[in-house]
Design a protein around this ligand. Structure first.
Ligand code: PHE
Length: 454
């Protein structure tokens, strides 16, 4: 067994900055730049944003703190951690560990789309990419989506083989600030375009007409996804964290970073939708459909587009590294195999689940549906809207009523640190989160079944 007292095997992050950057590297990714904007566009703009922000400062804060603290307290990743704290709750660790294993393969598919757009801009084909049919033609192919998926997956696997410090920290330190600057620059440009203001209004002004139970479910799933919660990831990260690092302020930093980038990405893409005359309900292809049009109209757009997609690629790969790191570390701890063997096993799993996802968006497998969804959408739905809320619910109940919030608050207050918002933490974990999650899941199921209309 590996834990912090015998930590030769488990590397430690160098300090708070190292921890925050690595955790932010996991949190900030395609979830912020690709997923958040298309959900915001689809679920009513301002109302989605409002619900998301409320959830982030309550549920997001409490759950992220809880997971990091569980990891740091036990020095183990999800399965071992829950088992060590309470044998009866071992299944939560297992359930949580299934989530990254489901997300990672399709995450690499989308990462592959980003890689493809780097190649498109690098080879000067950006004008073609601005055409209406371009994205659809690309994802409905066979060799292309699979090939780019393999490129992205292969790179992720290579970085994971190098280990935590070398792999994750080094990459994320340089790229993130550049990404922020780039997003701000592109946003300013888009906001100056005719038609953009409609998108800004739609994005910033909540319209309660659009409010549904599924708005909250979508925002909650997105929150978990974006902050890498309810899937054991932050538990693993916490297990690498030193005891003197202040967890609460680390969580605030990660949260501000993550939510800030998602907010900016929305402010970039939603107005680009109205400015380019595209459709808000475009779903997963939204970013790939509207941004090339924007870059095409800019002076120097080829270079700007290239740099942009390269930075998105880095944000995506730090997240996929973190996803793979978690799965690899679980397989390694659980089956007592070497890191290399574990990497190979995880790689094979990604091939098995990723290839059908790559072919499900207009490609040869697009007619295969599970509960009405193609493979990629199905994996996205089952992880974000089903498994993660359930894992979050049981985690809260476990901490609230079995482990007790006090145990984690003590862990947070080690070495003279203060946990200022421990009141909020306790109330959210014990009451607010469980009640909200049960209500939201319940309403959403009833709404989906057509029993009620909210
Ligand atoms: N949080 C990452 C993002 O926003 C995605 C991710 C999900 C990373 C799950 C790790 C685990 O893109």
């Amino acid at each position: 067994m590996t834990n912090n007292s015998t930590s030769e095997k488990r590397g430690n992050f160098t300090g708070k900055l190292g921890f925050v950057l690595a955790a932010a590297g996991s949190a900030v990714g395609l979830g912020n730049i690709w997923r958040f904007p298309y959900l915001a566009a689809e679920y009513g703009g301002g109302i989605f944003l409002l619900v998301y922000l409320i959830l982030a400062v309550t549920l997001g804060f409490a759950l992220m703190s809880a997971e990091i603290l569980i990891g740091r307290k036990t020095g183990l990743s999800a399965i071992g951690a829950f088992k060590k704290l309470d044998k009866r709750f071992s299944f939560v660790g297992i359930l949580a560990s299934i989530v990254p294993a489901i997300i990672l393969p399709y995450y690499c598919v989308i990462g592959g789309w980003v890689a493809k757009y780097i190649a498109v801009f690098a080879t000067g084909k950006s004008h073609a990419a601005a055409g209406d049919e371009y994205f659809g033609n690309f994802i409905s192919g066979t060799a292309q989506p699979i090939g780019w998926f393999l490129v992205f997956l292969g790179l992720t696997a290579l970085v994971v083989l190098f280990g935590v410090e070398k792999g994750v920290e080094r990459v994320s330190k340089v790229m993130m600030p550049l990404l922020v600057i780039m997003i701000i620059g592109v946003t300013v440009y888009i906001l100056c375009q005719p038609g953009a203001i409609e998108g800004v209004k739609y994005y910033l002004i909540p319209d309660f007409k659009h409010f549904k139970a599924t708005t909250i479910l979508a925002a909650m799933g997105q929150l978990f996804y974006s902050m890498s919660l309810a899937m054991g990831i932050m538990i693993t990260y916490g297990s690498y964290m030193k005891k003197d690092v202040n967890v609460e302020s680390s969580v605030h930093n990660i949260e501000i970073f993550d939510t800030g980038i998602a907010f900016l990405a929305g402010l970039m893409i939603v107005p680009a939708v109205t400015a380019s005359g595209a459709d808000m309900g475009k779903g997963p292809g939204l970013m790939f459909a509207v941004l090339p049009k924007v870059f095409d109209g800019m002076t120097g757009g080829v270079v700007i587009g290239l740099v942009f997609f390269v930075l998105v690629f880095f944000a995506a790969i730090t997240s996929s590294i973190s996803l793979m790191e978690t799965v690899v570390s679980i397989v390694k701890d659980k089956f007592k195999v070497s890191r290399t063997v574990s990497c190979i096993l995880v790689f094979v799993l990604c091939l098995v689940l990723g290839i059908p996802s790559a072919l499900s968006n207009g490609g040869i497998l697009s007619s295969v549906k599970i509960i009405g969804l193609g493979f990629l959408d199905f994996f996205d739905f089952i992880s974000n809207s089903v498994l993660m809320p359930i894992v979050a619910l049981i985690t809260c109940l476990f901490i609230g009523y079995f482990l007790k919030p006090k145990t984690l608050i003590e862990e947070a207050e080690l070495e003279g640190n203060k946990f200022k918002q421990k009141g909020l933490f306790t109330v959210v974990i014990k009451y607010i989160a469980p009640i909200c999650i049960v209500l939201i899941l319940g309403f959403s199921v009833l709404e989906a079944l057509g029993v009620i209309k909210v």
